[in-house]
Design a protein around this ligand. Structure first.
Ligand SMILES: *Cc1c(COP(=O)(O)O)cnc(C)c1O
Length: 228
């Protein structure tokens, strides 16, 4: 049996004050989230729109729901009323669609830009150049219902921890480059979301302000959960 409370506390004791933990509960049932909630955790991360929305409806309303998956534009409307932070924004088009749906809900939705730092081609995200270009282009400044709060990245799925460290390190330098160039007087641009179960220690050493940890808290994921 996975002892969710023990796992959670173990991670929380390692967390410096400036780092927030997203408990990644995707593919785990409500009962697992309730255990973490009872132990004090309030931020949960999900990667499917339908699954997150069902959980939002069933669970306590003071939970902050972070969407960490790949978001399709036609599904934004389902999460727009309640999502706290969207981690994986990887195109201007997606950002502007989030803005539209946020406006309909009379909300300002916080977003992170996802940067592709891994070697695998399958992972989503802007390249450094694409992201800089999008920000230079400047149209994002007209979007009044989104708030850009930082960057998100996933390292290579590798046992080579030096490789993982280098990728996080590069993203951290890029974060400061972007912050200084485009958000110099905006304290809201502050977050670097890096680090998962197997690499969050390295991520914290390399400047993470948000870590996204799933299996280390909840155990192995049970696939077969209704997906969308
Ligand atoms: C699933 C997932 C995580 C959590 O992964 P674990 O290895 O279980 O900690 C973190 N970030 C993203 C984007 C994910 O999809």
């Amino acid at each position: 049996m996975t002892d969710i409370e023990t796992n959670l506390k173990e991670i929380l004791t390692e967390l410096p004050p400036k780092v927030r933990l997203v408990a990644v509960s995707k593919f785990h049932p409500n009962e697992a989230i309730e255990k973490a909630y009872a132990a004090g955790q309030r931020i949960f991360g999900e990667s499917k729109v339908q699954e997150m929305t069902q959980k939002y409806e069933a669970l306590p309303k003071d939970i902050e729901w972070h969407f960490i998956g790949h978001l399709q534009t036609n599904k934004i409307k389902y999460i727009a009323p309640y999502v706290s932070l969207i981690h994986g924004v990887d195109s201007y088009k997606l950002l502007s669609e989030i803005d539209k749906q946020a406006a309909k809900c009379n909300r300002i939705i916080s977003c992170l830009l996802q940067i592709h730092i891994a070697q695998e081609e399958t992972k989503f995200g802007f390249s450094f150049d694409e992201c800089t270009e999008m920000l230079e282009q400047g149209k994002w400044k007209e979007l009044k219902n989104i708030s850009l709060q930082g960057l998100m990245g996933m390292a290579s799925n590798s046992d080579d921890m030096q490789q993982v460290r280098n990728e996080f390190h590069l993203l951290h330098s890029y974060f400061w480059n972007i912050k200084n160039n485009f958000f110099p007087c905006m304290p809201t641009f502050k977050d670097l979301s890096i680090g998962m179960s197997h690499d969050y220690h390295i991520a914290m050493e390399e400047g993470a302000t948000i870590i996204r940890v799933g299996s280390k808290i909840f155990g192995d994921r049970v696939y077969g959960y209704p997906s969308d």
